[in-house]
Design a protein around this ligand. Structure first.
Ligand SMILES: Nc1ncnc2c1ncn2[C@@H]1O[C@H](COP(=O)(O)OP(=O)(O)OP(=O)(O)O)[C@@H](O)[C@H]1O
Length: 233
């Protein structure tokens, strides 16, 4: 589904990674592993079109997304991509429901339904997602009153409502205890079984073990005298 071909990233004289090649299919979870500073987040950001590779292509559904213009990038982010971050990226002063409505609203209006139907759809999508992440009935609570694990589950509920086909997760369990980490990976696994491709940058051995594929991003190398750094393993 997403094909990374001969991807390289160079910052000045420094080659972060070179000739990175892998494919992530629907239903597959891939772990990006490697030492701190090896460029896992940068690689994720290239996949999410938040950063540009120095060379190579990223194909999604056969199209080279690195060549997308502004409109295509916006649509790709809105319709295809879901991001999950270590520190949740929620609006802390807002309630759980308000955070989820942010993504529920555009989907409803994009379908062009009447106002009443939109409101009902939105409420049930929010309630369904909260139930799936074990937070049923918590709509009115403010984000800053929730634990870290609960906040990450709200972020996961937001992803479920968004229904992306590609999920990019950057250290999603980095701030969580083991039980909450397990819940997060369980939910990502469910999303992959529903047809998502999931890419997770992680230092967490427990997360890596639950992934179908592991791609190792090597350490930073001076350009251009050292060999390619990415390998499956
Ligand atoms: N715009 C930039 N210009 C120069 N260097 C950058 C830029 N963005 C990232 N880097 C460098 O690239 C390296 C890789 O950073 P990145 O955050 O991708 O690594 P990581 O493997 O995700 O690290 P960690 O596991 O610690 O989160 C770092 O040394 C960082 O300083």
């Amino acid at each position: 589904m997403i094909d990374i071909e001969n991807l390289s990233k160079v910052f000045g004289a420094r080659t972060l990674w070179r000739d990175v090649n892998f494919t992530v299919h629907r239903g597959e979870m891939l772990a990006l592993v490697g030492p701190s500073g090896s460029g896992k987040s940068t690689l994720l950001n290239c996949l999410g079109l938040l950063d540009r590779p120095s060379a190579g292509t990223i194909r999604y559904g056969g199209k080279d997304i690195t060549r997308f213009g502004r409109g295509d990038v916006r649509r790709f982010r809105r319709d295809t991509l879901g991001y999950l971050f270590q520190h949740y990226a929620l609006i802390e002063n807002a309630t759980v429901a308000e955070n989820l409505d942010v993504v529920a609203r555009p989907r409803r209006s994009a379908r062009g339904r009447g106002k009443g139907a939109e409101a009902n759809d939105g409420r049930s999508a929010v309630a369904d997602a909260l139930e799936r992440v074990g937070l049923a009935g918590r709509e009115k609570e403010r984000i800053h009153h929730l634990s870290g694990g609960e906040q990450q589950r709200v972020a996961l509920a937001r992803l479920m409502i968004q229904r992306p086909s590609l999920v990019l997760a950057d250290e999603p369990t980095g701030a969580l205890d083991e039980d909450n980490s397990t819940v997060v990976v369980d939910i990502l696994r469910e999303m992959s079984q529903d047809g998502c491709a999931v890419v997770i940058a992680t230092h967490d051995a427990g997360v890596r073990e639950r992934c179908d594929t592991v791609f190792k991003v090597g350490g930073a190398l001076p350009a251009p005298s050292r060999a390619a750094v990415g390998s499956r393993g």
